[in-house]
Design a binder for this molecule. Structure first.
Ligand code: FES
Length: 116
């Protein structure tokens, strides 16, 4: 089974079957990752950076280029919901920290109250 190494402060390696999207693999491993569309490539919140093993994932699709820009191919950006494991090779991914939207909204509301 292919291995996915999630880099960052708490680096760890998980396994997922061939054909699994990075989003599904990360969610199955309880790795926090942003999403609001549930994996249908409309929110672009699931972006990750593949630092090794891009050749072991399905090719970038037009939807990803539309969301991430043409630079995606150069720097390894992918929508985790669209990138699927294609073989037994391993990949390394950087997963951005999940933003606490409720906390951000609460902080903004507090700032607005102070201005009044
Ligand atoms: S989960 Fe929404 S674009 Fe990937």
């Amino acid at each position: 089974m292919p291995k996915i190494t999630i880099t960052g402060p708490t680096e760890r390696t998980i396994e997922a079957p061939v054909g699994t999207s990075l989003l599904r693999a990360l969610q199955d491993a309880s790795q926090p990752i942003s999403t609001s569309c549930g994996g249908v490539a409309t929110c672009a919140l699931c972006r990750v950076t593949v630092t090794q093993g891009r050749e072991h994932l399905t090719a970038l699709v037009d939807t990803e280029i539309n969301h991430l820009g043409t630079i995606a191919k150069i720097v390894g950006l992918r929508l985790a919901c669209q990138a699927k494991l294609t073989g037994t090779g391993d990949v390394r991914v950087e997963v951005p920290e999940v933003e606490d939207v409720a906390a951000r909204k609460a902080a903004k509301a507090a700032r607005m109250r102070q201005r009044r």
